[in-house]
Design a binder for this molecule. Structure first.
Ligand SMILES: Cc1cc2nc3c(=O)[nH]c(=O)nc-3n(C[C@H](O)[C@H](O)[C@H](O)COP(=O)(O)OP(=O)(O)OC[C@H]3O[C@@H](n4cnc5c(N)ncnc54)[C@H](O)[C@@H]3O)c2cc1C
Length: 536
């Protein structure tokens, strides 16, 4: 007899798994259909050279919501996070900055450049923490459905209440964060460019924009709402790489009764009279279910998996205009030894090797990288973050060796002059290695092997349209109730029974589990009577 399902989830990325878990826990028969040979989407670990494993794409953890960790009992399924000894290390031409290890220590570092900035830091940190706290509280709430009647009004009022209760300075900070560029925002707090650059890097991560682009301050904030092992704002390394998180999630799903099917790419969402009826796989097999939850991003879902005739013209036009392409180039390298930085010499493991090492010396450097990328495709002086997870996790590389993630920003999603990333990826990888080598002269020599992901590779391998690491720009017009399109910010698509549960919905990208959690709640709330009231 053919098996029947209450719900199908298209994609076994972490949000698809989270959504499937909550649905199964509520008694639904759920099947996850994943295109690749492995679950996890952008959160996977791979052996990229014999004996060397690393997180392939996403590489560091902070944003995963504690409630999701607890509900899925991820610790029982092997989830463990190692903290970095310090958070960041920024080498400059003839000096460096270390961040982390406590407020006093970071302030003392800033004081080497500017006593005024050191004095300003505690207030900055408190202000950002307060605003991040508001954002954190909103992550597991569904945005109101614009045009959704009384229920939506009540939901908007409920979610707006914590903002209204903030004191005036905090409301001003919030306004600045949502509307200003990272440069304007940081100029309001600090005077030294090196100190500002320590914070500005977060604003360009996955954001094809300059630090002077209005709205870039928000992306900075998006990266600080997380926590590691109960420490707000901290980032850490999942032991076994990011794939260990999604493998733990898959085990939680299976324990809850979810069926996971690998190498089962979905070709089309089947729609009949405006209602989803199931999916057709690329193999031609059709699987019926009254609920379909799409973990793939909005651009992939609506431009490729839903037939054009199943969308109304206005929605289809807006999805065509949905902005996707984060300008990110991602490499993994196998290393024979640790980088020996000119400004902080030493190849023996030291605290700065455990940090996020950021090569982005100054706000002008970052703006130049964006301007170059718009004109040329990438910057001659790229922005590179290096993390070396093997410094805190010895399961990733042979003894004495290391693996490093190179996370590089401002690489145009589409190259000018019709060039293909396939023709340039090796040259760009060389440029990135040279950029690190300019600060750590032994780096190039230490590279044993490398794995390269251009924006096009990210699209082909993970289904990230335009290589967008967040399933779409995190700009004001594509956030909260407007993510992906105003009127569908509540995880419900324009097609009855079709839901969205990936990073293209609130609260956006990152390994948070929040879209999956919130989408499951929306699905479970949609019993016929409730659906009718919500749409009234
Ligand atoms: C290079 C890079 C670095 C990043 N770094 C970090 C980081 O350090 N920390 C962090 O928190 N976030 C990071 N992010 C962002 C974060 O990884 C993503 O936002 C998040 O993993 C997306 O999860 P998701 O479940 O929403 O979607 P995805 O992980 O994209 O999952 C979607 C799934 O759908 C599958 N799929 C696609 N098409 C089909 C189809 N037709 N049929 C069936 N299945 C299909 C895909 O294979 C995939 O498994 C990074 C992302 C990238 C790409």
């Amino acid at each position: 007899m053919t098996k029947t399902y209450d719900a199908l989830v298209i994609g076994g990325g972490h949000n698809g798994l989270v959504c499937a878990f909550y649905l199964a826990r509520a008694g639904k028969r759920v099947r996850v259909l994943e295109r690749r040979h492995v679950v996890g989407g952008a959160a996977v670990t791979e052996e990229f050279h014999p004996g060397f494993r690393n997180s392939t794409a996403s590489y560091t953890v902070s944003l995963l919501r504690p409630q999701v960790i607890a509900d899925m009992k991820l610790h029982d399924h092997g989830y463990r996070v190692a903290e970095r000894r310090i958070s960041n290390f920024l080498p400059f031409a003839d000096s460096y900055l270390k961040l982390g290890g406590g407020m006093e220590r970071t302030a003392a570092e800033f004081a080497r450049f500017s006593p005024a900035d050191a004095a300003a830091y505690p207030a900055y940190d408190a202000a950002l923490s307060r605003v991040a706290g508001v954002l954190r509280d909103l992550t597991l709430q569904s945005p109101p459905r614009a045009g959704g009647g009384l229920a939506a009004l009540a939901s908007a009022a409920r979610q707006g209440w914590p903002l209204a209760r903030l004191d005036l300075p905090a409301q001003r900070d919030l306004l600045e964060v949502f509307t200003r560029s990272a440069r304007e925002f940081l100029d309001g707090w600090f005077e030294d460019d090196r100190v500002k650059s320590a914070f500005a890097f977060d604003a360009v991560v996955g954001n094809f924009a300059g630090v002077s682009t209005p709205g870039s301050a928000y992306v900075l904030l998006h990266h600080v709402f997380g926590e590691v092992n109960g420490k707000p704002g901290a980032w850490g390394h999942a032991i076994g790489g990011m794939g260990a998180i999604t493998q733990a999630m898959a085990r939680a799903c299976e324990a809850a009764g979810v069926e996971i099917s690998l190498e089962n790419p979905v070709a089309q969402v089947l729609v009949d009279g405006g209602t989803a009826r199931g999916v057709r796989l690329e193999s031609g097999e059709e699987i019926a279910a009254p609920i379909v939850a799409a973990n793939v991003g909005p651009a992939l879902l609506y431009r490729q998996l839903v037939a054009p005739g199943d969308l109304d013209a206005d929605f289809a036009r807006r999805i065509r205009g949905y902005k996707t392409g984060s300008g990110t180039f991602r490499m993994n390298v196998a290393l024979s030894e640790l980088p020996d930085f000119s400004v902080l010499p030493g190849k023996a493991l030291a605290e700065h090797h455990t940090a996020g090492i950021v090569i982005a010396p100054g706000l002008d450097y970052m703006d130049r990288a964006f301007d170059d990328a718009k004109a040329l495709g990438w910057s001659r002086e790229p922005i590179v973050e290096i993390t070396i997870p093997s410094t805190v996790d010895d399961s990733l590389a042979p003894p004495g060796c290391h693996v490093a993630s190179l996370f590089c920003q401002q690489f145009a999603p589409q190259l000018p002059d019709g060039r293909s990333w396939d023709d340039c990826r090796e040259d760009v990888a060389d440029l990135i290695v040279d950029t690190v080598t300019a600060h750590a002269p032994n780096f190039k020599r230490a590279v044993i092997a490398r794995q390269i992901h251009s924006p096009l590779d990210l699209e082909r391998k993970f289904g990230l349209i335009g290589g967008d690491i967040f399933h779409g720009h995190m700009s004001l017009d594509q956030l909260w109730a407007a993510r992906p399109v105003l009127g569908h910010g509540d995880y419900r698509s324009p097609i009855k029974g079709l839901y969205m549960c990936g990073s293209g919905t609130h609260p956006g990208g990152g390994v948070t589990g929040a879209p999956g959690h919130n989408a499951a709640r929306a699905i479970l709330a949609d019993r016929p009577l409730i659906r009718k009231l919500l749409r009234s």
